[in-house]
Design a protein around this ligand. Structure first.
Ligand SMILES: Cc1cc2nc3c(=O)[nH]c(=O)nc-3n(C[C@H](O)[C@H](O)[C@H](O)COP(=O)(O)OP(=O)(O)OC[C@H]3O[C@@H](n4cnc5c(N)ncnc54)[C@H](O)[C@@H]3O)c2cc1C
Ligand SMILES: *[C@@H]1O[C@H](CO)[C@@H](O)[C@H](O)[C@H]1NC(C)=O
Ligand SMILES: *[C@@H]1O[C@H](CO)[C@@H](O)[C@H](O)[C@H]1NC(C)=O
Ligand SMILES: *[C@@H]1O[C@H](CO)[C@@H](O)[C@H](O)[C@H]1NC(C)=O
Ligand SMILES: *[C@@H]1O[C@H](CO)[C@@H](O)[C@H](O)[C@H]1NC(C)=O
Length: 471
């Protein structure tokens, strides 16, 4: 029900705003920026609106591609003073409807596409319109890398076991505040905003650049394999052993239990080692199990991230949800497999194209890299995220799939609690959590501080005109 209401509200709101806001933006910005209308034949309007998931896309009055922070400032002032609903899209990978789409004015950050490496400080300035593949490609000639997503977004990385979450490695943000002021946010310049931007999403303004720490990057080992249904018990046992016994921070594993045409239930397993050859005792067990597909070798980091299986489900409707657990025990892994089979059989007749549960067995030490407190996570204990990802075709089935994600996450939570895992206060990862997850489940005791910083930074709630989890 909820998404339908949301869409109806936005349609109503936008009908009170004409195209004149777009014309005003156009006449206010410099030649470094541009406005596109739905009549655009070159495809820029459509490109600006597009997302990984079709269900995260809406048609807007116009799209704006700002090319400078000053133009972002002009745009946000105009939107704020006219109370026009708007969206800010970076990489376009949100799985929640309305988080980076609008029927008002859609801002695409695509022109913030520069990567500037500074060997002296060991940092790189990254434009906020880039996707990670582009960042990795730009840094590759320098033999360095950043702690970016395994496919997109700010958060968990193949290098997280070594260096923490992406947010832990940010040294500065260039931010256009809701009042239009362009500021450079660092730990010393503005400790509150620096804390808030590290996980606080689009509540504090529009980020135009991130400065990230870089780390040396040579050849890596790994890729992905797909195991058929008959091998799953052996794979699950190996996943349990990896999860409880492997402590080498250069090793990383993402097994996904999934239903995938034409194979049925399979495990797609991404293996990663940050070096040309993994030491003995880490991946042998996985390599000994027969596979349906194998793409494992010594390669560049970029080639591993661009392995084609990552694109399986783009272009469909889709949503994520998540459970945070303390450990992936054999009992829990069995329950996850059961969920995969249960929901595939239940949802295939409803138009499911993809049912996936990605197990992310990180080291418990990954949350110790944030030497300065960050908005996310606030946690009483180490935890690991499980990513639930359903994709489907019929637009009439959104509510069915959202509800299935809620039920499945609740069931897995119950199983973990029944075997003695204390999950209650573990935060849920905001980039995986379904759109109606309560904010306290994402931010815990950090929430009041974030709400206070929000009030101070954005007293007129300009960022409230854009969708997302709102403080
Ligand atoms: C295929 C796939 C793989 C993924 N893999 C990983 C992974 O390996 N690790 C991980 O941690 N996460 C992963 N994610 C989750 C990802 O982190 C989130 O989807 C994240 O929100 C994507 O960011 P984006 O900029 O692409 O999204 P967008 O849809 O562009 O934006 C997401 C939110 O951020 C806001 N926003 C975007 N740009 C700005 C800006 N410049 N200033 C202010 N607000 C802004 C938007 O308004 C929106 O609310 C994955 C998602 C997908 C679909
Ligand atoms: C529109 O996008 C195309 C590439 O898709 C680009 O070549 C063209 O310059 C863009 N038009 C404008 C006016 O920016
Ligand atoms: C981890 O290693 C220990 C010691 O080798 C072994 O007893 C245990 O079964 C392993 N854990 C799992 C989950 O297999
Ligand atoms: C996957 O998506 C990326 C980015 O959109 C694209 O460059 C790449 O060609 C795609 N790969 C496949 C196999 O479709
Ligand atoms: C399998 O999952 C379904 C749905 O969550 C649940 O009702 C059932 O009890 C589970 N079966 C087992 C054996 O765990």
């Amino acid at each position: 029900m909820r998404p339908t209401i949301l869409v109806a509200t936005l349609v109503l709101a936008s009908s009170t705003f004409g195209l004149e806001i777009c014309d005003r933006i156009q006449s206010g910005i410099s030649s470094a920026s541009a406005v596109y209308y739905s009549t655009d034949v070159q495809g820029n309007y459509t490109q600006d609106l597009s997302h990984w998931a079709l269900s995260s896309t809406q048609s807007s009055l116009c799209t704006v591609e700002p090319g400078t922070a000053d133009d972002v400032s002009t745009i946000i002032r105009l939107l704020g003073s006219t109370r026009t609903p708007f969206a800010v899209k970076g990489g376009g990978h949100t799985m929640n409807p309305g988080f980076s789409s609008t029927t008002g004015v859609h801002i695409s950050m695509s022109r913030f596409s520069r990567v500037k490496y500074d060997a002296v400080t060991g940092t790189a300035e990254i434009g906020s319109g880039l996707i990670w593949d582009e960042v990795y490609a730009a840094l590759d000639p320098f033999g360095v890398n950043v702690v970016g997503g395994r496919a997109s977004g700010i958060g968990y990385s193949f290098k997280t076991n070594q260096f923490g979450l992406t947010a832990d490695t940010v040294t500065a943000f260039e931010l256009v505040k809701p009042n239009g002021n362009v500021v450079y946010v660092t730990a010393s310049a503005d400790p509150d905003l620096f804390f808030a931007l590290k996980g606080g999403l689009n509540n504090f303004g529009i980020v135009t650049k991130f400065t990230l720490k870089t780390f040396p990057q040579g050849k890596v080992w790994g890729g992905y394999v797909v195991y058929g249904a008959d091998q799953i018990p052996a794979v699950s046992a190996a996943v349990g052993r990896f999860s409880s016994n492997v402590t080498d921070p250069k090793a990383s594993l993402v097994p996904s239990y999934m239903f995938l045409e034409p194979f049925g239930t399979v495990v797609s397993n991404i293996m990663f080692y940050d070096g040309p050859t993994p030491p003995a005792g880490i991946f042998e067990e996985f390599l000994a199990i027969p596979t349906l597909i194998t793409d494992i070798n010594t390669r560049s980091f970029l080639s591993l991230v661009q392995a084609p299986q990552a694109n399986d489900s783009s272009g469909a409707r889709g949503a994520f949800h998540t459970v945070s657990v303390r450990e992936f025990t054999p009992t829990l892994i069995d329950a996850i497999l059961n969920e995969t089979n249960f929901w595939a059989s239940k949802l295939n007749p409803e138009g499911a194209t993809f049912i996936s549960y990605a197990v992310e067995p990180f080291l418990p030490s990954i949350y110790t890299h944030n030497t300065i407190p960050t908005a996310f996570p606030d946690s009483p204990a180490a935890f690991m995220p499980l990513n639930l990802y359903f994709a489907w075709t019929p637009f009439t089935a959104d509510a069915t799939f959202h509800d299935a994600l809620r039920q499945s996450a609740a069931h897995i939570t119950q199983v973990a609690i029944a075997e003695g895992q204390a999950l209650k206060k573990l935060p849920l990862y905001s980039n995986y959590a379904l759109f109606d997850t309560p904010l306290t489940r994402l931010y815990g005791i950090n929430l009041p501080r974030l709400q206070a910083i929000k009030k101070k930074t954005d007293p007129r709630d300009v960022m409230g005109l854009a969708g997302g989890f709102k403080f």
